[in-house]
Design a protein around this ligand. Structure first.
Ligand code: NDP
Length: 240
């Protein structure tokens, strides 16, 4: 029986590559998005993967959304917490809203989604959770106190939940991508991006499918001994 996977932020960028990679590997995939209906429609037409709209920063929305996915596809055995946003600003100009939106969307979402699926995974003695962190959660980044705090939080979250899940067949790992060619990175001013690429030893931005490869490894049935780890996929930019 094909395992059921939810990929949050699964309709664009890194999440799209993860959704497609999982589908190609035989998983039944539900891709979650926040509000960009046009991109989600286009994604479903191109890939045949169902897109579900809910806000992962809201606990009740996650609970209702997961219930819809489970009614359509079956119990969720794989969860990829990938949805994320940036609201960059230096601390002395950052508003509470910029801080809070990033923490809720990037970090509280991991609680909301994991809390919703964890009981079922524990009952079935199987689960694979992958949380998408960031190089900037490992190394910090000017103008991203909110984002670095949320992503750094994901790494601690991962290690703690991995300890709780280990005896129940549930693995919990993180991937810390470096700079990947997606809408999020295309929004960075060209002169800043040039300087970033100059600091990547491999000499280019990463591709979304290079992150998807890491996810596929971590969610495999045969990856049961890999838990609590962070896989850095960053072209050698930060060796942690
Ligand atoms: P994109 O901006 O390209 O896509 C973001 C996706 O997340 C979209 O599908 C979006 O939905 C969804 N999303 C955003 N907010 C919510 C929400 N509240 N509820 C549900 N879905 C939401 O992002 P990337 O592909 O670039 O990044 C994916 C992840 O990887 C993020 O967590 C990011 O922080 C992380 N990352 C990215 C790096 C990069 O270089 N790109 C580097 C390191 C980490 P919609 O289309 O509706 O807006």
């Amino acid at each position: 029986m094909a395992r059921v996977a939810i990929v949050t932020g699964g309709t664009r960028g890194i999440g799209e590559a993860i959704s497609v990679g999982l589908k190609d590997a035989g998983y039944k995939v539900a891709a979650v998005y926040a509000g960009n209906d046009e991109r989600a429609r286009d994604f479903t037409e191109r890939t045949g993967i169902a897109a579900y709209k809910w806000d992962v920063s809201q606990f009740d929305g996650c609970r209702d959304g997961v219930a819809r996915v489970e009614a359509d596809l079956g119990p969720v055995e794989v969860l990829v917490n990938n949805a994320g946003i940036t609201r960059d600003s230096v601390m002395h100009r950052m508003t509470f809203e910029q801080w809070n939106e990033v923490i809720q969307t990037n970090l509280t979402s991991c609680f909301n989604m994991c809390r919703t699926v964890i009981d079922g995974m524990r009952e079935r003695n199987f689960g694979r959770i992958v949380n998408i962190g960031s190089i900037n959660g490992q190394a910090g980044q000017y103008g991203q106190v909110n984002y670095a705090a949320a992503k750094s939080g994901i790494h601690g979250f991962t290690k703690a939940l991995a300890q709780e899940g280990a005896a129940k067949g549930i693995t919990v790992n993180a991937i810390a991508p470096g700079y990947i060619d997606t809408d999020m990175v295309r929004a960075v001013p060209a002169n800043v991006l040039e300087k970033i690429v100059a600091r990547i030893p491999v000499g280019r931005l990463g591709r979304a499918d290079e992150i998807a490869r890491g996810v596929l490894f971590l969610v495999g049935d045969d990856a049961g001994f890999v838990t609590g780890s962070t896989l850095s996929i960053n072209g050698g930019q930060h060796m942690y």
